[in-house]
Design a protein around this ligand. Structure first.
Ligand code: ADE
Length: 243
């Protein structure tokens, strides 16, 4: 997969050289390129923003600079990219979005700052490529960079070969069963007066699986009743309903 990120703060994306995403880049599974938006500014101050029409606080990012940046990055490839624009006004980013994006050959992130990017940039891009405006949550960050980090990590770990044991992708919160993940334990069996639940030491696979599912159901009901309500009733067995 190829990912390009356009930003006025390339250093913000430095963590993408670390951990699993960093390894995916080294091994060639992920071709990740970071671009400084100011390379496309045309004045000697390398200006990328201006005051908002209609008045109000803050600055808006200029469409001419963004338009040229996106055109140039797009022209470097030989396939249509999917443009991702992180914004608190976007569609909520979920595990499903991550799964969908992981199947794409090429993503370009346009990271806005200040009060955002002139609205014509997205409108213009939509005439030539798929565009998704995405929000990583109902709070406001200073710009799209941290959101791009979140999306790249959530998508990158789904690429075949990035996570060593692919089973760990299915047995996790927001995985295939739609539940939060059950609690996990390791050695020592007793720590600060707390014992690992007996069933996990029993070696009885079916009972371990039942206990984990019960715990996942209870946790999801307590913490995220909205997720439980969205489950397909056909995926629940009689025992589930008792929990
Ligand atoms: N930019 C600023 N806040 C954001 C958010 N919550 N999600 C995505 N991009 C953002």
């Amino acid at each position: 997969m190829r990912i390009d990120i356009i930003t006025i703060f390339p250093d913000y994306l430095a963590p993408l050289g670390l951990s699993l995403v960093g390894k995916a880049r080294e091994s060639g599974l992920l071709d990740l390129r970071i671009h400084d938006l100011r390379e496309w500014a045309t004045d000697r101050h390398r200006t990328v923003d201006d005051t908002p029409y209609g008045g109000g606080a803050g600055m808006v990012m200029r469409p001419d600079v963004w338009g040229q940046a996106i055109d140039d990055v797009v022209s470097q490839g030989d396939m249509p990219p999917h443009l991702i624009v992180p914004t608190p006004a976007g569609h909520p980013f979920t595990q499903r979005t991550a799964n969908d994006l992981a199947a794409e050959p090429w993503l370009i992130f346009a990271c806005g700052r200040y009060e955002g990017i002139d609205a014509r940039v997205v409108a213009d891009a939509r005439t030539r490529m798929r565009v998704s405006e995405v929000s990583i949550g109902d709070y406001v960050l200073n710009g799209g960079e941290v959101a791009a980090l979140v999306v790249v990590e959530a998508v990158g770990r789904l690429l075949p070969g990035v996570v060593g044991n692919p089973e760990s992708l299915t047995e996790e919160s927001h995985g295939a069963d739609g539940l939060l993940e059950y609690p996990v334990y390791t050695k020592p069996p007793s720590w600060r007066g707390m014992d690992v639940p007996d069933v996990l030491l029993s070696g009885h696979h079916a009972r371990v699986a039942r206990w984990r599912r019960d715990e996942a159901l209870r946790l999801t009901a307590r913490r995220r009743p909205d997720l439980l309500a969205r489950l397909d009733p056909a995926t629940l067995d009689d025992h589930d309903r008792e929990v």
